[in-house]
Design a protein around this ligand. Structure first.
Ligand code: F6R
Length: 245
């Protein structure tokens, strides 16, 4: 695991942008994307860049179960708004939240992942250490699955909905095994609210109770943090000034 700490979210997101750009220049074809607040500045930089993704493929980590792609809080809608409208991909895949045939959707998405092995996977992390929507207790040996969101996650996601009763309680998510099959992983975490999960992910034991801790076993992972998210870490490796441009 390489851990880099930046003064603030903007500098950290810029570093993440440079890594995505480099991967694209080096021939990465399949990009795995996350949604949520964390990657928004990264997407903003990608949108404002001259990178051409029209020959690239994208696959997303997850989608709410029960929302069709037109729903304004679906992750389809998020990706259109934050990236795809400005930067179209040759193909962009997300789980179909409105496919009520769970076995069919799981098989469909697993096939997509098998046909399009991810070169670079972007991840955020939940306050409870989830990656994708693999909540604490998720088996490490899972591919796409329908998951029950925990109360913490539902509360965290409530800010995007008018009422808590509207927040979906289930989601389709790439499993931990699918995430671990990405050739390289870039996880971003910002803010004090993530500090405990970040510490457990990097310095704690590898345990299914803290799903992100499995990343300690991946050969190519970079963790990009702002100071607040890194505040509880014992060992702090700050990014040298010279590398920040
Ligand atoms: C989103 C996802 C989640 C988020 C995590 C952090 O596609 O898979 O794991 O990355 O919940 O969310 P934010 O960035 O909103 O704090």
């Amino acid at each position: 695991m390489i851990v880099k700490i930046f003064d603030d979210e903007r500098q950290a997101s810029h570093a993440a942008y440079k890594i995505v750009r480099q991967a694209h220049e080096n021939g990465a074809k399949v990009f795995g994307w996350a949604t949520g607040a964390t990657p928004e500045l990264l997407y903003e930089e990608l949108v404002n860049s001259d990178i051409d993704f029209s020959d690239s493929i994208s696959v997303n980590l997850d989608e709410y179960f029960g929302l069709d792609e037109q729903h304004d809080q679906s992750y389809h809608a998020y990706m259109e708004e934050h990236l795809f409208d400005e930067k179209p991909f040759k193909a962009s895949y997300l789980p179909h939240g409105d496919n009520m045939d769970v076995d069919d959707e799981i098989a469909r998405y697993n096939q997509i992942l098998e046909d399009n092995p991810v070169d670079l996977q972007i991840l955020g992390i939940g306050r409870n250490g989830h990656i994708g929507f693999n909540e604490p207790g998720s088996n490490f040996n899972t591919r796409t699955q329908l998951v029950d969101l925990t109360e913490t996650t539902i509360e965290d996601n409530q800010r995007f909905f008018e009422d808590k009763s509207e927040v979906p309680t289930k989601a389709y998510s790439m499993g931990i095994q699918s995430i671990m099959e990405a050739k390289a992983i870039l996880l971003l975490a910002f803010g004090k609210g993530k500090a405990e999960a970040v510490k457990a992910m990097i310095e704690g034991p590898v345990t299914e109770n803290l799903p992100a801790s499995i990343l300690q076993k991946h050969p190519r992972v970079m963790i990009i943090l702002d100071k607040a998210a890194a505040s509880l870490l014992q060992t702090k490796s700050t990014e040298p000034e010279a590398n920040r441009a």
